[in-house]
Design a binder for this molecule. Structure first.
Ligand SMILES: Cc1cc2nc3c(=O)[nH]c(=O)nc-3n(C[C@H](O)[C@H](O)[C@H](O)COP(=O)(O)OP(=O)(O)OC[C@H]3O[C@@H](n4cnc5c(N)ncnc54)[C@H](O)[C@@H]3O)c2cc1C
Length: 235
């Protein structure tokens, strides 16, 4: 399946925040299945804030009782639209919601907030390593990175699902993984990728075990902790 998804460029205007607890409504404009359990959504809302940036965390209402954290993978201030990738894993309210959400559905959200620092230097290599929940974050990195920066890395899928992430314009490798041992596929990727510049920066994100294993491996390889930005997305 080929889905052409245009990720919008980011806005660099000074951040102006709406009140953090102010609840707004977003309507699904487009919905695509990127794989059996990966969903991509484009939402429209009344007003995209001038400071909203790809990579920001957005809290979405996924059921009467639950809100869950997702990541803006693209923001379109001209159309007041934003994009999210969500895993339809089915085990919790968010996983069920992602599997059922369709064009025309609405959901409440709170104004996005910056979460992981994904500012990228003009030149140099950034290594992105994570599981499927990190796809939105990595798409945000891709949208914001200067053209002179080199982005490499891999995304671990519980079963090898091909190149779903390429539809997000991410030139990352898809590696298979064993859900019983999260992060194993990414460790194997690191082992067969011997040449990564010493001054590379790393963004590591996903399941708690994935983040721990990869951050531990990088430390063992002598990568300074200042070069690693790690964020647990779920456990
Ligand atoms: C800052 C931030 C940004 C995030 N951005 C995204 C994003 O862009 N896209 C995205 O899909 N997720 C994202 N996540 C992760 C998402 O918030 C969690 O996966 C959340 O737990 C999903 O809620 P749930 O109701 O489905 O499951 P929960 O009610 O939290 O948990 C129920 C069960 O589901 C399991 N579970 C939770 N998440 C997953 C998963 N991804 N795969 C398999 N099993 C799971 C749990 O281990 C638990 O057993 C982000 C998290 C954070 C903190």
């Amino acid at each position: 399946m080929t889905v052409s998804i245009a990720t919008s460029s980011h806005t660099m205007a000074p951040r102006r925040r709406t009140r953090s607890h102010h609840v707004e409504l977003a309507t699904v404009q487009q919905a695509h299945r990127l794989s059996a359990r990966l969903r991509w959504f484009r939402f429209a809302c009344d007003r995209v804030g001038s400071g909203w940036t790809p990579g920001d965390k957005i809290m979405l209402r996924v059921s009467n009782r639950a809100r869950r954290a997702y990541t803006l993978c693209a923001v379109d201030p001209d159309r007041d639209e934003f994009e999210v990738v969500a895993i339809a894993h089915g085990a919790g309210p968010g996983g069920v919601w992602a599997g059922q959400l369709a064009v025309g559905d609405t959901t409440e959200f709170q104004a996005p907030k910056r979460d992981v620092d994904i500012r990228i230097e003009r030149e140099g290599t950034v290594v992105l390593l994570g599981d499927e929940t990190a796809l939105g974050l990595f798409a945000g990195v891709g949208a914001r990175a200067p053209e002179t920066a080199a982005l490499i890395g891999a995304v671990e899928h519980p079963a090898h699902v091909g190149n779903a992430h390429r539809t997000l314009s991410l030139n990352l490798e898809a590696v298979g993984g064993d859900p019983a041992h999260p992060g194993g596929g990414l460790l194997a990727w690191l082992q067969r990728t011997p040449f990564v510049p010493r001054d590379a920066h790393y963004i590591v994100c996903g399941h708690r075990t994935v983040v721990r294993r990869i951050a531990g491996e990088l430390t063992e390889r002598g990568v300074h902790s200042e070069r690693v930005r790690a964020r647990t997305y779920w456990s």
